[in-house]
Unconditional design. Structure first.
Length: 514
């Protein structure tokens, strides 16, 4: 094996000596780049394997105090770990990942959720009444925190409850209060309905707590709950305004969706002012119909007198009571009925190409405007008897900004398209040049390994003179050729002849010995 390597090294040294200076530089560069590329690939693969198989994420998005508590426990247990994402993520060795998670769970880490009723799992006989009440409130706050954090929009929450001491005087009894601090998840937003639901959730969990006594804020300090919770009049006004806005938005969405399907996007806009009736009215009506009457009761008296001084008498009397038809109604008007609608519609015209190829604006015809008006009326429930008003105006929209944005997007898409094509073309050219370079290098190496034989005239040597072959050598050559031909054609006869020659030679040798 060592002899083989010596020969290989000798051949490589010989090839290297035959190369020119330019060929040596090109070959050295190619070998160096190849070695560096392979080394970088091996290092990158080792880092990738180490990242995938060496360490895996244990916890992410930890607070600073939580990360400090977890790392302290890891250091005490002797586990290896790495801090990532500015210390908010912790990675441990893959083979110990689940073992560490179980160990941290036994320690109650990380403490992202509040302490609930498990606070009473351990019995403490020396606990005072004050500590018992304090732990009961802490447990209630922790359970409410866990429940609120179960919402998809909530990332974390804190709950604080204030429960006053009961007194024997009802006038001095204070109401319970609570505050909730919410941190929304990234890209999520809590709706007003969810805020109201959280308020009723907390109030239903605490005895004597009213929804208006709950304050809900976010981590930026913005008040999320209704600020008019203590004022019934202001609260009613806020709810009425919210109801009016919802009604207007609902009707506008219906109308705009209808026009978008008919005319296309951004061709018409509808705004509706909705006047709602928030008066709660109760009416009791009694109506009588004098034209109709019904017999309610009838009384008839007959009197007959006989053998009276003034002669026999007969007297009849009747009494009939009638009842007039009466209708009694008790009407309660619901809050939020629509009193009047005011509808404004801005309608864009048509854009058609002119003779010069440019787009020209043309207004909608009166028939088209009337059709659009009828569509809007039917969509929003227009009622002329109620005093509704509608205005449809055909105006030219200023779409210059939209056109510029569309032109910029088109140019950007075109630039990205040509850039992608340029990347492919550049990659193809690099591949072709690399192939040509390898081909040239291979040709150079091949020429170096097999140099052309120098011409005799260039070396100053004369061509050798071919001398005539002697007659005896020529005849010997002919005899050998004939023997070779006979050997191929008649191998058996040739073998017998050779055996006979061998036998004669052995006999002659024996006679000579005698």
């Amino acid at each position: 094996m060592s002899e083989f390597f010596k020969q290989v090294l000798t051949q490589l040294a010989a090839i290297w000596q035959r190369l020119s200076l330019q060929q040596k530089i090109v070959t050295t560069s190619l070998v160096a780049f190849t070695v560096l590329g392979m080394t970088g690939l091996i290092i990158w693969s080792q880092k990738t394997i180490s990242k995938d198989n060496g360490f895996k994420t244990l916890y992410t998005n930890l607070e600073v105090d939580e990360a400090a508590a977890v790392t302290e426990e890891l250091q005490k247990a002797g586990y290896k770990y790495e801090l990532q994402n500015d210390g908010r993520s912790i990675a441990v060795e893959t083979k110990q990942l689940y073992e560490i998670r179980m160990a941290m769970a036994r320690q109650g880490l990380p403490r992202q959720t509040g302490i609930g009723y498990e606070l009473f799992d351990k019995t403490n006989l020396g606990m005072t009444d004050y500590v018992m009440k304090l732990n009961s409130r802490r447990a209630l706050e922790g359970e409410l925190q866990r429940t609120i954090e179960g919402l998809d929009e909530v990332k974390s929450a804190r709950v604080h409850i204030v429960i006053p001491e009961p007194t024997i005087f009802l006038d001095n009894q204070k109401d319970a209060k609570a505050s909730v601090v919410l941190k929304c998840a990234t890209g999520r937003e809590i709706s007003k309905e969810q805020i109201r639901g959280i308020s009723y959730l907390v109030s239903s969990s605490v005895d004597g707590l009213k929804p208006e006594h709950i304050s809900i804020v976010d981590y930026a300090g913005r008040l999320l709950s209704d600020p008019f919770g203590g004022d019934e009049t202001a609260l009613a006004g806020s709810r009425n305004m919210e109801l009016q806005q919802n009604a207007e938005q609902y009707l506008e969405n219906k109308a705009n969706q209808m026009l978008t399907n008919v005319l296309g996007p951004s061709k018409a806009f509808v705004k509706i002012a909705c006047d709602l009736d928030f008066d709660r009215v109760e009416k009791s009506l009694e109506q009588y119909d004098p034209e109709s009457k019904t017999v309610r009761s009838e009384e008839r008296i007959d009197e007959n007198k006989k053998n009276a001084p003034d002669g026999d008498k007969q007297h009849e009397r009747s009494l009939t009571n009638y009842e007039i038809d009466k209708t009694v109604q008790h009407v309660i008007a619901e809050v939020g009925n629509i009193k009047r609608l005011t509808i404004s519609v801005a309608l864009d015209g048509r854009y058609e190409k002119g003779d010069d190829g440019k787009l020209e604006y043309r207004e909608r015809t009166p028939e088209e405007v009337q059709n659009i008006e009828d569509i809007i009326k039917n969509a929003v429930g227009y009622d002329l008897a109620r005093g509704d008003q509608i205005t449809v105006s055909s105006v030219k929209f200023d779409n210059e900004f939209l056109r510029r944005e569309q032109l910029d997007m088109h140019n950007q898409e075109r630039i990205e398209f040509w850039m992608s094509i340029a990347k492919y073309v550049l990659g193809f050219l690099i591949a072709v040049l690399f192939i040509l370079f390898l081909r040239s290098l291979a040709r150079t190496v091949a020429e170096a390994m097999n140099p052309p034989m120098p011409a005799l005239e260039q070396l100053g040597l004369e061509e050798p003179v071919i001398e005539e072959v002697p007659e005896d050598m020529r005849r010997s050559s002919e005899i050998l050729e004939r023997v070779e031909m006979l050997t191929r054609e008649e191998p058996v006869n040739i073998a017998l002849i050779i055996k006979q020659w061998l036998g004669e030679s052995k006999g002659a040798a024996a006679k000579t010995k005698k």
